[in-house]
Design a protein around this ligand. Sequence first.
Ligand code: SF4
Length: 334
Amino acid sequence: MKAIALVSGGLDSTLAARIIKDLAVDLIALNTRSPFCLCNRKKADGSCSHEAGRVSQELGVKIIAINTATEFLEIVKKPKHGYGSHMNPCLDCRILLFKKAKEAMAKEGASFVITGEVLGQRPMSQRLAAMKLIEKESGLEGLVVRPLSAKVLEPTIPEKMGWIEREKLLAISGRGRKEQIALASSLGIKDYPCPSGGCLLTDPEFSRRLKDLMQYDELNLKDIQLLKIGRHFRVSKLAKLIVGRNEPENNRLASLKEENDFFFQPLELAGPSALLRAKSADNSILELCSRMVAKYCDGADTQTKILCRRNPLQEYQFIVSPKNEEALAAYRIN
Ligand code: SF4
């Protein structure tokens, strides 16, 4: 018997896959990459090492990694089932994931799908009614086994058909983590990330930044990377400034700079780098941005010099006084 295991790299999906693998089911891990991944093993520059690959290697199963970023972005813009508490379209997100699992099932000749979902753990997508809706809309009714919660759910087709023993499955429900942690310990699973509680779309600050991008029709995959770092300022309808908060963020901003972006750096004092992404920016905008950068320079009480570079042919220097905190607040996206 073959099954597709949805593996995020977190503890729950790892345990679910392990339980089913121990029942001698031939597993194939499926992981979808999202630009909104909230990895708690994030590097200082905002990027993250991917856990699903490591988990599948440890389980000794093949992994299929698919990038659903473009499709997911369309969902984020207009989710059929709406948002959760912030910009998280959890129901539509899960439906997309399950549809991908269904496609993988057909391709790999698998008979069912396994997830690490726990009844009642997530307020939006792991309620019973939501789980049923997701299964129905993805065309996987009765074919999704949730080994951690199976005994508090109706028997699935694989259980009814005797493909897997229901008795070997668990009855965990609710938001607690004690049972999963104890199970991990008994199975010798030690290296797992702490539960993150969702993706970046559940973060209020990130959601505000995302809404700003949507409001100005700037939502695309490249700009999402910028949302993950720095302080954000809407300096005009056509321009947004991101100011680094530390050296790794300054370096990350430099690596994300595109041909038409303006890049700011202080010339006389220690201070942040900043990136201006603009459809249009005149001299007054560049000067405003320089004053914002000056605000975050060490000891910039009076005037200081800020370099603004777009490309080797477009380079300016501004001698500016720092913008004060109160004035800055009017531009801040928070
Ligand atoms: S928290 Fe994010 S990744 Fe998780 S289901 Fe919701 S939208 Fe999808």
